[in-house]
Design a protein. Structure first.
Length: 63
C-alpha cells in the first residue's frame, strides 16, 4: 500500500499536543494524526476500510 503524501499546516500548539500524545502512545506524529482522523470519521458514521499491510520479508524462492 502506498500512502498519499500532502502538506498539512498546523497551529504549533496543536502540533506540539499531537507530538506529546504520539510519544505517550509510542507512535509517530504522522501515525497519530491518521489515527485521530480515523476516530473522527468513525464518530461521524464514516467507516474507512483498513488497507492491506505491506508484505514483509523476503520473497519466496522459486525452484
Amino acid at each position: 500500500m502506498q500512502k498519499k503524501a500532502f502538506a498539512l499546516r498546523l497551529d504549533p500548539a496543536v502540533h506540539a499536543a499531537i507530538e506529546r500524545l504520539a510519544a505517550a502512545e509510542l507512535r509517530s506524529a504522522n501515525a497519530q494524526i491518521e489515527m485521530l482522523l480515523r476516530e473522527a470519521l468513525s464518530k461521524r458514521g464514516i467507516e474507512v476500510q483498513a488497507s492491506m499491510p505491506p508484505k514483509r520479508g523476503r520473497p519466496a524462492k522459486e525452484d
